[in-house]
Design a binder for this molecule. Structure first.
Ligand SMILES: Cc1ncc(COP(=O)(O)O)c(C=O)c1O
Length: 374
């Protein structure tokens, strides 16, 4: 079996360090907000190059806490891509804001910055207040921030980078996490930097946002946990997860290089077989996923079946764009509203991708896809 992701192989490499780190937490017993959490936040901020990092319970919490800190709520429009995981838009909707979907670029699958301005105008015409944009770095590839920030600045919008899939990626010499007003990342186990449970973090240079996030993370605390000056959540990262992440951060750069090499080998072997990922020359992806396009849904099914018959896993991210999800049916979108996202979702699939895929396995995947059906 060639798995989509194989965390056991990573564990084999770092077992001694992980066991030592987790035992350290068990020995001191500070399971909530222990010293590893503070140290991790320092290391994360250093790695990203941001002034602050606030760890939290998940990538979803990271998005939610930031939107709460910005006071996003009813009547506000939050612009985002329909081709992402539900959490990106769900968090804005949970606060009563209206997610306004902006179709994607057919080459990068990220929010198409050229469509942002018309979407802002349309939202204004509907009586909404444009407040924020949440671009997503899909599969590890940073969105087109230069263009997005130009439009956002023109309209006074806050920009929250959804870097859940792109920790460690680079956009024009800057690491993701320090490209916008704030960035949210996820440490879900399968992410480029993942823990052994749920986890996340927000990055920002803004001292006011930093203070609010720290308060919201602990039920809106003021002077103490029992002085509550705003509404918040229980959004803390467990100390054991912080200890795991400190070890994994130490091997992240080598793992990103290994992912890059897997991606290059796939691209060389598959260029004439499927549409391979297009990475602009000023970006470095963190390769959370390696996703390709078949000609159509029929070819995708045939290719996925062929992979499965040879014991190779594949997956579809995402089979249904967000604007067509029942959870958002009250927003009134219909099929055809986001033609690029809808077209891509009918053809896309992801191949096994992790740093520890070996040459034989990569070759097996390529050969399975190259083989013509009998
Ligand atoms: C683009 C995107 N945003 C947000 C999230 C939410 O992160 P989490 O699962 O850590 O809550 C994910 C992860 O699954 C994601 O892929």
């Amino acid at each position: 079996m060639i798995a989509l992701n194989d965390l056991n192989r990573q564990y084999e490499r770092i077992q001694t360090e992980i066991n030592h780190a987790v035992s350290g937490v068990l020995a001191h017993g500070k399971y909530i907000m222990g010293p590893e959490v503070t140290l991790l936040e320092q290391r994360l901020a250093e790695y990203v190059g941001s002034r602050y990092a606030v760890s939290c319970g998940s990538g979803t919490d990271a998005l939610l806490m930031t939107l709460m800190a910005w006071g996003i709520g009813p009547g506000d429009a939050v612009f985002t891509t329909p081709f992402t995981f539900i959490a990106t838009a769900e968090t804005a909707r949970m606060l009563g804001a209206v997610p306004v979907f902006v179709d994607i670029d057919p080459a990068t699958f990220n929010l198409n910055a050229e469509l942002l301005e018309p979407a802002i105008q349309k939202a204004k015409n509907k009586g909404l207040t444009p407040r924020a944009v949440i671009p997503v770095d899909l599969f590890g590839l940073p969105a087109d921030y230069e263009q997005i920030l130009t439009v956002a600045n023109q309209y006074g919008l806050l920009v929250l980078e959804d870097a859940a899939q792109s920790f460690g990626a680079v956009y024009k010499v800057k690491r993701t996490g320090r490209l916008c007003n704030a960035a949210a990342t996820s440490f879900f186990p399968s992410k480029p930097l993942g823990c052994y449970g749920d986890g996340g973090a927000v990055f920002t240079d803004d001292p006011d946002l930093y203070e609010k996030l720290r308060s919201i993370r602990v039920h809106g605390q003021g002077e103490s946990k029992y002085d509550n000056i705003r509404l918040g959540i229980n959004g803390r990262l467990d100390t054991i997860q912080a200890a795991v992440l400190l070890v994994k951060l130490g091997v992240l750069d080598s793992e990103l290089a290994m992912r890059q090499s897997v991606a290059e080998r796939y691209t060389n072997g598959l260029e004439n077989v499927v549409v391979t990922p297009q990475i602009p020359e000023y970006c470095r992806s963190s390769w959370a996923q390696y996703s390709v396009l078949a000609k159509d849904g029929r070819e995708r099914k045939e290719m996925q079946d062929r992979l499965l018959s040879k014991g190779i896993q594949s997956a579809i991210y995402y089979p249904k764009p967000l604007h067509l999800q029942s959870a958002f049916s009250d927003l009134g979108y219909v099929p055809g509203d986001m033609p690029v996202a809808e077209g891509i979702s009918s053809r896309i699939f992801s191949l096994p991708m992790h740093p520890y895929l070996n040459s034989e396995e990569i070759e097996e995947v390529i050969l399975a896809l190259r083989a013509h059906p009998e």
